[in-house]
Design a binder for this molecule. Structure first.
Ligand code: ADP
Ligand code: MG
Length: 561
């Protein structure tokens, strides 16, 4: 076939494919436009899973009659003028791609009026072309009606979930905006039934009541801190769950940067989850509504087609501030980091809640911590290695007794915290792997992930590509094992690779095992590395790394007390 420039309709359909994946994507774009237009009230209606009809109505600024057609042209926006504006974006939209993209894959009716105009304008489009445009009597604001989404892209329709699945995504999305903009009054109806109604009174907790109910809203802990000043000022504000209020899915993770939603599986989420790690059972996730506000010039929002990820100029500043804010809030609320109840007890609890027919989303109540455990003494600083027990445990003398450290759990904790530091932007010490480990075919194909791996200290280079360096401390004999596991699990991309669960897995695979002889120097290194950890007493999976025998206990046992 000869090379030709694509006609406008095909080009627009291709572009639309990136932005408009499903009905919820249309809602996202239209709601963001309404917010950018200064709306105080936004009404969203969806029928037939959003495929039959979507309607988004706002009381914002409206579009002047002379501009309505232009709004649907590709790269037409009122929000950016020069390339420089991209450096500090204050609006949600800026690419001028949403309206033409939607019009390319659906039938659209837009009626709009600015406050000062005597009449409004109605425009109808199909297949990206304006079919009709005329004056109309409407209230100030804008209403978009989007019908028969993907009517001209049957393949796309086949990839969608059930109607109920798409409705659920729409509901989640609107809830997300309602939490992000408590000063806007949101209404959502699904197939004519009221699904969500917020008051728009500007109070985040009231918005949480509308989305999650009064019981949940009452228990949330407020977070409010500002770090730095001037152009470095970073404000972290919102509501977070105490450790007892968790769910089995991460769908109650609402994270915003400059009032723009970011993915619940990215680096920011990883930082928040990490702050909770040792307080939650594996697989449980807290309810979090947290916003970061910082100088728009310190954030790049233009790195993702649906703008669901952002990049910070100084990620470690932001991540460490965020981690600290969450940890401090939890600590103030008396949620001392403790290790989790033994597995047996966990099993029993889940069995109980299932038998009781408790819905999946129900808050989980932690077992009451016993009094003694509530006062876990700090990890001792002045440790002296005595020796190794059964090639599995480090015996160490502390000022107040004997410490017995599980070498595998300890090493997992050490590796895990190093990987976390790497994700947060710190440089991880790598050591050369001799000989380099040539990659499997599966790993060769994942080259998009190599930079993300390098951030974890796993350096790949050469032809054929080989693993040439690994994080200091990782057992070289286990490096192949780690890579194999990663190849298996990393379809999710870099964000998935940096998720806490994946880091825990790398740490688990890379750690020295029990029944491994270690010399005195190795025992000392490991013990000191553990003592330097933020959470030395708990392995990344929530088990204790150590047990103590105090002088008092020893004396009592030996009848010297
Ligand atoms: P962007 O939001 O990136 O500017 P869009 O294609 O979403 O691009 O919208 C194009 C333009 O149409 C916007 O810049 C804005 O001027 C106008 N517009 C879209 N939706 C609305 C609305 N609900 N109210 C007022 N103006 C709107
Ligand atoms: Mg837009």
């Amino acid at each position: 076939m000869p090379i030709r420039v694509l006609d406008a309709v095909v080009a627009a359909q291709i572009a639309a494919g990136e932005i408009i994946e499903r009905p919820a994507s249309v809602i996202r774009e239209l709601v963001e436009n309404a917010i950018d237009a200064g709306a105080r009230r936004i009404v969203v209606d969806s029928t037939g899973g959003g495929l039959r009809e979507l309607r988004v109505s706002d009381d914002g600024a409206g579009i002047a009659a002379a501009q309505v057609e232009t709004a649907f042209a590709r790269h037409a926006t009122s929000k950016l003028q020069a390339a420089d504006d991209l450096l500090a974006i204050a609006t949600l939209g800026f690419r001028g791609e949403a309206l033409p993209a939607i019009a390319a894959v659906a039938q659209v009716i837009c009626s709009t009026r600015t406050a000062d105009a005597a009449a409004g304008t109605e425009v109808r489009l199909a297949g990206g072309e304006v079919q009709h445009i005329a004056p109309i009597g409407v209230a100030p604001g804008t209403t978009f009606v989007v019908r028969n989404l993907f009517y001209n892209l049957p393949v796309r329709r086949e990839f969608l979930r059930s109607e109920a699945g798409e409705q659920a995504q729409i509901a989640t999305l609107v809830a997300q905006y309602a939490l992000m903009y408590p000063e806007i009054r949101f209404t959502l109806t699904l197939d004519g039934r009221a699904a969500l109604q917020t008051s728009g009174d500007g109070d985040l907790r009231t918005a949480v009541v509308a989305v999650y109910g009064l019981d949940v809203a009452r228990r949330l802990l407020p977070v409010q801190t500002t770090l730095g000043g001037g152009r470095d000022a970073l404000t972290i504000a919102g509501l977070i769950a105490p450790p007892g209020l968790t769910r089995s899915a991460r769908n109650a993770f609402h994270l915003f940067v400059n009032r723009r939603a970011v993915a619940a599986r990215g680096a920011i989420a990883a930082v928040v989850e990490e702050a909770y790690t040792t307080m939650l059972l594996p697989g449980r996730h807290p309810l979090v509504v947290l916003g970061l506000m910082l100088d728009p010039a310190a954030v790049d929002v233009n790195i993702h087609p649906t703008k669901s990820e952002v990049r910070f100029r100084d990620p470690s500043y932001v991540y460490s501030g965020l981690g600290r804010a969450v940890r401090d809030t939890l600590a103030e609320a008396g949620a001392t980091a403790l290790w989790q109840p033994p597995d047996e007890q966990i099993g029993r609890r889940f069995a109980l809640s299932r038998a009781g027919g408790v819905p999946a989303a129900e808050a989980w109540q932690p077992p009451a911590w016993d009094q003694g455990a509530a006062e876990v003494p700090a990890f001792p600083a002045d440790l002296r290695v005595v020796g190794q027990l059964t090639r599995s445990y480090i015996l160490a003398e502390a000022h107040d007794g004997l410490l017995l450290v599980d070498q595998q759990a300890a090493h997992e904790r050490v590796l895990y915290e190093r990987l976390l530091a790497g994700v947060a932007g710190e440089l991880i010490d790598s050591v050369a792997l001799e000989p380099p480990q040539v990659l499997t075919v599966a790993m060769q194909e994942l080259h998009a992930l190599w930079p993300a791996l390098a951030q974890l200290g796993l350096v790949i280079s050469g032809t054929p590509a080989a693993l040439v360096a690994i994080p200091a401390g990782l057992d070289p004999a286990l490096a192949a094992d780690v890579l194999g596991e990663l190849a298996h699990h990393t379809r999710a991309g870099a964000a998935g690779l940096h998720a806490p669960a994946r880091l825990r897995m790398i740490a688990a695979h890379g750690a020295i095992r029990v029944h491994t002889a270690l010399d005195h120097a190795a025992l000392e290194d490991l013990l000191h590395a553990l003592a330097a950890c933020a959470e030395p007493q708990i392995c990344p999976h929530g088990r204790p790394t150590c047990m103590r025998l105090s002088h008092a206990q020893i004396e009592q046992q030996l009848g010297r007390g």
